[in-house]
Design a protein around this ligand. Structure first.
Ligand SMILES: NC(=O)c1ccc[n+]([C@@H]2O[C@H](COP(=O)([O-])OP(=O)(O)OC[C@H]3O[C@@H](n4cnc5c(N)ncnc54)[C@H](O)[C@@H]3O)[C@@H](O)[C@H]2O)c1
Length: 412
C-alpha cells in the first residue's frame, strides 16, 4: 500500500538519520551542507516535504518551495481528494502518496518526510503541527497558528518540542521576514522613538473568502463548512484572528509585551457573504506602562486597502504598510523603503530561511513564541469585541476557552 511504497523509498532509519543530518546535529550531518558529498546526488540532499492542505495557499506555496531548489515534495494530503490530486498532479507526487480525509496528514507523517508544510484552515494547525513535531519533522506552518487559547498553547508546546528535538519550526508571517520591518523595529527597540506611548494597527480590505456557494447549499453540512472555512468563526477564528493578525502581529512585535486588557466592539454590517464571521472590529489594547494601541479592521466594500501600523513616541513615529512604505520619521529618522511585493517576497525569504536553518541545525525557532503572543492578542481582542466590553489577558488565559468543530459526518 501507499505507506509501504513510501517506506521502501524512505527506510525509517535512513530517514530519521537523514533528518538528524539535516538538523546538523552531528559532525557527519554537516557534510550535507555540501550537496552531493554525503549522499552522492544533489537530489538526495533536498529536504523532503509533506504538504498538508492543498488549496489555494498550499498550491501557491508549493511552487515557491520548488523554485527554491532545495526541496522536493514527497507526499501531500487534503481533506478533499480533488485538492490532493490537484497538487499531486502539478508537482508529480505519485498517487500512492496523496492522502485524504481528516487523518490524511497522519499518512503524510507515516511517509516520513523531513518537513511538513501546514496550509489547512487554522482550526487544524495545532493538532497537525504538534503531530508533525512529535513525528520528528521540521514544521512550516501558515498563520494564524490557532483559533483559540488551548490551540495557541499547543503550538507553543510544539515549538518547544521541535527545539528540544533539534527540529526547525517556522510560522509564515511575511512581515517578520522583511529586512525593512526588521531594521525599523530593531531601531524602535533600541529607543529611537523614545519610550513608546501610543499607536495604531489597521487592516482594511474587501470581501476575501470564497465558499459562499457551499454555505448557501447547506451551511451546517461539515464538508460545506470546510469549503467555506474562511466564513466560519470556529474554523478561521473570525476575521480578527485569521486576517487582521497580520497587523496585530506587527503591533505585538513593536510593543514586545503581552497586552493587559482590551476593550472592543464588532459587527457584521457591510458584509454580503454568508457565514458568521464579522465585517468590522474596533478594539483598544492596553499594555504595561500605559502604552495603548487602537486597532480597527473591515472586510467588506471597496476603495481602500491597508495593513498598516503606526507607533508614536516623544522622539518619533514608526509607520509601516504591508504593501508599501516602512520608515521612521523623527529625531532619528530611518528612510526605510517600499516593499510592494512582500506577499511573495516575504514567503520566499521564509522558505529560504527555513531551509538554511535546517541545514545549519539552527533550531532556536524564533518565530514561534511571537506568533503565539500575537495570536493570543487577537483572541483577547475578539473576546472583548464579542462582549462589546472589556476582557483581560489573565482572564482568557485562565478560561482557556476551546472552539469546537463537530466533525461528525466527515471522512476520517
Ligand atoms: N499571507 C499569508 O500569510 C496567507 C495568505 C493566504 C492564506 N494563508 C493561510 O493559509 C492557510 C490555508 O489557506 P488557503 O487560502 O490555502 O485556504 P484554502 O481553503 O484554499 O485551502 C485550505 C485547504 O485545506 C483543506 N483542508 C481543510 N481541512 C483539512 C484537514 N483537516 N486536513 C487536511 N486538509 C484540510 C481544504 O480542503 C483546502 O483544500 C490558512 O491558515 C490561511 O490563513 C496565509
Amino acid at each position: 500500500m501507499s505507506q509501504l511504497a513510501t517506506a521502501a523509498h524512505h527506510p525509517e532509519n535512513t530517514t530519521l538519520n537523514r533528518r538528524g543530518f539535516l538538523a546538523g546535529t552531528t559532525a557527519a550531518g554537516l557534510t550535507l551542507l555540501q550537496p552531493g558529498l554525503a549522499l552522492g546526488t544533489q537530489a538526495n540532499s533536498k529536504v523532503k516535504l509533506g504538504i498538508v492542505g492543498c488549496g489555494g495557499r498550499g498550491k501557491w506555496i508549493s511552487k515557491l518551495f520548488m523554485q527554491h531548489g532545495g526541496y522536493e515534495i514527497a507526499a501531500c494530503a487534503d481533506y478533499f481528494a480533488d485538492r490532493a490530486d490537484g497538487l499531486g498532479e502539478q508537482f508529480q507526487v505519485e498517487s500512492a502518496r496523496r492522502f485524504t480525509g481528516l487523518s490524511g496528514y497522519k499518512r503524510v507523517l507515516d511517509a516520513k518526510p523531513d518537513a511538513v508544510v501546514i496550509e489547512t484552515p487554522p482550526y487544524f494547525h495545532p493538532e497537525q503541527a504538534l503531530a508533525a513535531a512529535d513525528a520528528g519533522c521540521h514544521v512550516y506552518v501558515a498563520k494564524p497558528v490557532a483559533v483559540d487559547v488551548p490551540g495557541c498553547l499547543t503550538i507553543a508546546d510544539a515549538g518547544k518540542k521541535a527545539t528540544e528535538n533539534k527540529r526547525c519550526m517556522l510560522v509564515d508571517f511575511q512581515t517578520r521576514a522583511s529586512e525593512l520591518y526588521r531594521e525599523a523595529i530593531r531601531r524602535v527597540h533600541a529607543g529611537d522613538l523614545g519610550p513608546l506611548v501610543s499607536g495604531e494597527a489597521v487592516y482594511y480590505c474587501g470581501t476575501t473568502w470564497g465558499g459562499d456557494e457551499a454555505l448557501g447549499a447547506n451551511a451546517t453540512n461539515p464538508e460545506n463548512r470546510l469549503r467555506g472555512w474562511g466564513l466560519d468563526r470556529v474554523l478561521s477564528g473570525d476575521v480578527i484572528t485569521e486576517q487582521n493578525i497580520h497587523a496585530l502581529d506587527v503591533a505585538a512585535w513593536i510593543v514586545n509585551q503581552d497586552p493587559v486588557k482590551a476593550y472592543g466592539t464588532c459587527g457584521r454590517q457591510g458584509r454580503v457573504d454568508r457565514g458568521d464571521c464579522h465585517g468590522n472590529f474596533s478594539v483598544i489594547f492596553f499594555y504595561p506602562n500605559n502604552v495603548v494601541i487602537s486597532f480597527a479592521s473591515k472586510q467588506y466594500g471597496t476603495g481602500y486597502d491597508d495593513i498598516g501600523n503606526k507607533m508614536f513616541g516623544p522622539d518619533g513615529t514608526l509607520e509601516t504598510h504591508y504593501f508599501g512604505l516602512v520608515r521612521i520619521v523623527g529625531r532619528k529618522s530611518y528612510k526605510g523603503g517600499n516593499q510592494p511585493g512582500l506577499f511573495t517576497e516575504g514567503c520566499v525569504a521564509n522558505i529560504a530561511e527555513f531551509h538554511a536553518n535546517i541545514l545549519k541545525g539552527d533550531c532556536s525557532n524564533p518565530t514561534v513564541a511571537p506568533s503565539v503572543r500575537s495570536n493570543l492578542t487577537t483572541i483577547l481582542g475578539r473576546t472583548a469585541a464579542y462582549r462589546g466590553g472589556e476582557a483581560t489577558w489573565d482572564e482568557i488565559m485562565q478560561a482557556k476557552e476551546k472552539l469546537e468543530f463537530d466533525t461528525k459526518g466527515l471522512k476520517a
